[in-house]
Design a protein around this ligand. Structure first.
Ligand SMILES: Cc1ncc(COP(=O)(O)O)c(C=O)c1O
Length: 364
């Protein structure tokens, strides 16, 4: 029988996954049969997980003083863990806020650009999700968020690198707003977290007293799947997630999944060791240049293209064109409002986009 083979990345334009770094692949294989869910038994991978969290914390400004507020940044060792992905991290951020809050009818306020994992979180945890319209440029509208927040709000969500348009919400304003209402503020940087350190955006723990953050090595961090990341500013964030674990060597567990992949943890460390900071900076600069060039090429052909912020290009393609390109094998997805989105992940090259443009010219 023929062995099954995965797809190549040759025509994958809309995914937020990519080729892992070779060191990440190698480390993943070495740690395949380890379970960070039971750190007392699997001590080596447990040590690696601390290194992974330290690495993520460094990217996310947890080791730096903040530019505003009095209790931002941190000098303690960082709090968090390597999740199965952004979905688990977002669910856990909501769960932690709920467990630390004392309201009867909790709600979470998020811009409509927030990832659908918050819908899952709300359903699973029995909290109300209030999604509010974004501004004209697809960023969280602070006034709309403010209008939706009330005494029962436990968490305000800001996105640093939205899934569809790559927008960065006004994080410091959202944090202020959340704290004024005695709520926590969570930043979802699942995709953007490995790009934003090379920009001027204010998005992390060092810029504002953010309470928790999702930041995924298995997206722009070039780790293998599954490797997401969840960080908390205070130990109480993680403590609120811990349950007793009678049959394990370890006595408590804060992750949502039980048995977890040591491969994800080891690969996250290997990728960050190999790429932080220069490798990630080079990749961000390459992706940014590519996105702006591609947007110009599309505009030159008369297409309507959204402004590029982080390297995602959103373009209005008519339905028959979109379908013809998919029939040509291009793996292309649409935003909620029907536009095509191309995400400049590390496997997306100028050569690939030239081939796409040639096909586009042929089918329109
Ligand atoms: C901003 C954001 N948050 C969360 C997620 C969910 O991550 P995952 O698919 O790893 O669960 C994604 C996925 O693309 C995302 O873009």
């Amino acid at each position: 029988m023929q062995r099954a083979a995965p797809q190549t990345f040759e025509r994958v334009l809309s995914s937020m996954c990519t080729e892992p770094h070779p060191d990440a692949r190698e480390a993943a294989e070495r740690f395949l049969a380890t379970n960070p869910g039971d750190p007392a038994t699997y001590a080596e991978v447990n040590k690696l997980e601390r290194r992974a969290v330290d690495g993520l914390a460094r990217l996310a400004g947890l080791d730096r003083p903040a530019s505003r507020g009095s209790d931002v940044g941190s000098t303690e060792s960082p709090h968090g863990y390597v999740t199965s992905g952004g979905t688990e991290a977002n669910i856990q951020a909501v769960r932690s806020a709920r467990n630390r809050s004392d309201v009867t009818d909790p709600n979470v306020v998020a811009p409509e650009s927030a990832h659908f994992s918050f819908t899952k979180a709300a359903e699973v945890l029995g909290v109300e999700l209030r999604t509010v319209p974004t501004d004209g440029d697809h960023r969280a509208d602070v006034d709309a968020v403010s209008a939706a927040v009330d005494d029962e709000t436990i968490l305000v969500v800001g996105v640093a690198g939205t899934t569809e348009y790559g927008r960065v919400d006004p994080i410091p304003e959202l944090v202020d707003l959340a704290h004024d209402a005695d709520a926590y503020c969570h930043v979802d940087a699942a995709w953007g977290g490995f790009l934003l350190p090379f920009t001027d955006h204010e998005w992390h723990f060092g810029h504002a007293p953010v309470d928790s953050m999702t930041i995924d090595p298995h997206k722009c961090g070039r780790a293998v799947i599954p490797a997401g990341g969840l960080l908390f500013r205070e130990s109480a964030g993680m403590d609120a997630l811990a349950v007793d674990t009678p049959y394990l060597e370890s006595t408590s567990q804060a992750s949502l999944t039980g048995t977890r992949s040591g491969a994800g943890v080891a690969s996250a460390v290997a990728a960050m060791d190999a790429l932080w900071p220069d490798g990630y900076r080079r990749e961000y600069e390459r992706a940014d240049r590519l996105a702006r060039w591609f947007a110009d090429e599309l505009r030159g052909r008369g297409f309507d293209v959204a402004d590029v912020e982080l390297p995602i290009v959103v373009v209005d393609l008519e339905d028959p064109t979109f379908r013809a390109l998919r029939d040509d094998g291009w793996r292309l997805s649409r935003t909620g409002d029907g536009l095509a989105r191309v995400v400049m992940m590390p496997h997306v090259t100028r050569g690939m986009l030239r081939a796409f443009l040639a096909d586009l010219d042929a089918v329109r």
